[in-house]
Design a protein around this ligand. Sequence first.
Ligand SMILES: [Zn+2]
Length: 375
Amino acid sequence: MDELILLSFAYVVFTLLIVVEAACSYAWGRGYYRVGEAVSNISHGLAYQTLDVFTKVWVMVPFVLLSSYAPVQLSMDSAVAWIVGLIAYDFCTYWAHRNHHEVGFVWAIHGVHHAAEDFNLAAALRQPLIQQTFKWLWTLPLALFMPVPMFVGIVVFDFLYQFVQHTRFVGRLGPLEWVMNTPSHHRVHHAIQEKYLDKNYGGIFIVWDRLFGTFQVEEEAPENGVTKPINSLNPVWGNAVFFADLVSASLRAERWQDKLWLWIAGPGQIDRLAPGAAALVREPVEDNQLTGRTKVYAVGSAVAATLALAALILWGVSEGVAVQAGLTGFVVMSLLAIGTALDRHRWFIPIGAIQVSVAVALGAAFLVVQGTSWL
Ligand SMILES: [Zn+2]
């Protein structure tokens, strides 16, 4: 529970930093932020964090179980042991990240993060909904020598470190760039120019990329996004679109071996295995088509969903299933409403109506419960 509260606090700080960065971008005319995409990115984060409330404990189960058979354990009291642990963890996440780019069905998970077309702190919160499904496999061997509290501490540090990499306000950092991952290196990782593709996978250290031939220094200004834009700001569709592309490519492929292999082969091989898939190019998102009213509604809904998630974390998890279902239902409906509003989809009206109905029902239930408790 303490860790959940700490995470909530981190999100408050993250939100404030995003507001400050967006304000600086606006004041100095940098154009680093568009309202629609920023709300979409934050909504992706809300979806991920809401699922995380219910799955956080489960993703740790394999690590904790294997840890009980560890032949040796790093000392929690030794600074050297922590550094060894950090290097070992970063080595594992380098390969996890690289494999998430090179294997088709895991790229379908990770691609969600890269679909952000504006590189800013809000994009850092664009975490894939099912990110933890396979990622734990790469760090599981650490359980053979790393105590669980050290692992959790390093995961939290890595989470904070990754957040601050997503900014264009920090330039080159001199000798630090020889060893550490930096915003400059990470801008390259998110770029879609040919020379930048599949480069700079390092999380905390960049030495792995230098060692294993995936390093690229930032030269011309990176263009952010994915080579095939998803043309959607919907956080629900945003998590499904890469899988939809794989299904579409599977149907298009002629040989049954290719239909299966393209789920494993990297995204770069899709067009060879499923000829014609390259023709299905979507346009980048045009945020400037949104009306002021839509933007205000989307921002308001994101704030309301954030408050509902905070209530779920701080209060709902210790309450009954009905409270959890009500708060989770409101967050889910808000995310659907935000997505359909930003995409100007015709389903916005019914979904928005359900969102408001759930909000009214939650408010009424809260008043009834408070009313009876006062009797
Ligand atoms: Zn990546």
